[in-house]
Write a new protein. Sequence first.
Length: 171
Amino acid sequence: MSKASKYAVSVTDLAVGEYVYEFSLDDRFFEEYGGELSAGECDVEIVLTKGGSLTSLRTKINGKVKVVCDRCLDEFYMPVNFDGVLDIKVGYGKEGYGTEEYDLDSEEEFDRETMWIAPDADTIDLSGYLYESVYLSLPMQKVHPKGECNPDMLARFVQAPDEEEDVEDED
């Protein structure tokens, strides 16, 4: 992403404490990913808590993104509300750049709520994490609120007759 530095936060240069970052996700942000979400407006607040050996990010995202309705295929804006915690840990890899070694292929050591960074990383680009958080906060089925689907499109759907009607026709 060309604007990666806009969504980057420092991790190693910070003293122990709490830091607040605010970002805005706009149409340009979503367009650059070229995924299912092509437009939106979201406000992001990240509270970074730097401890002695662990850095934690509390992320809140509120806004709306443009999606395609699974029922009528029209686009509409769906609300986004995300609240999550991401732990940042330093990893060394199998090559053993430090005293600890981690199996980077092991699912047991890595989970969805932990981001592993290289020991020499100064900043973390959060743009991918923010996009994924927005996308994964959406429901699996994206449909307009009740009564707002395109009536012309809904009228084109042909419903199969009930089985009871089929039985009566055969008699």
